[in-house]
Write a protein of this length. Sequence first.
Length: 289
Amino acid sequence: MIVISCSHGKHLGRQVAKKLGARHSELFVNKFPDDELLVRFNIDVKNQSVALVQSFYGNVSDCIIETILAASTAKELGAKKVMLVAPYFPYLRQDKRFHPGESVSQDIIAGLFDRYFDLICIVDPHLHRKSSLNQVFRIKSAKLSANSLIADYIKKKIKNPIIIGPDSESYKWARSVADSIGAESRILEKKRYSSYHVEVQLNKKIDLKNKNAVIVDDIVSTGHTIIEAAKLLRKLGAKNISCVCVHGIFAKGALEKLRKNKINVISTNTIPNPVAGIDVSGVIIKSLI
């Protein structure tokens, strides 16, 4: 097997290759003056199983085009199998037409990857009304989870924790982590008015005296939900507040805002960021062995 680090997979590709005992190479990616992408393999992929590592953050559209170009080229050059390792994968939230005329982007993007890949591996995909990647992709897929890594981190680093899910969508992450370390958990109710205006409330009593509240979620983007949750938890007597997430997007200064609100933040390294202290490379290699 050859592991290829795409432009947004360099932070994990080499680690994955080393743990697999596989060859590693970086995909050459350049832009023409008109912003069209050029990709080039720096290693012979003929008759090889090729694993492209790409995390879809930042300029997501360029990441998608780059990955499709690479996959198609690998097949053209004779690769016997082309796989995608996506620590973070986009376009999963729009899984139905919410308003007339909207595109169902999940179906469209999934169709693209179905065409060019033989296998897709995603760490904690942000699924809503579908419970399995088999309901999203036609190709073979692997749904990986960082839950055990998050649980281990909390167990080692945070004393007397109580696990908090900031909204109903975080239920599966928060409850799974809490159960695995024998901690109590609660799920907050959220009302979202916009991406930057949310309200949270607790519908079940909780004793936070001398407890360290740990907010667990899959994605932290703007951070507003976490900040509102922290305000509520402090009113209820939480000693300290931490936030542990899988995908730290931290858009528009979110990390700084969370820190200003005295929230200790840690994420996995599915997306590189200053607090990416939990390594998912070990989880990824299990899907490729």
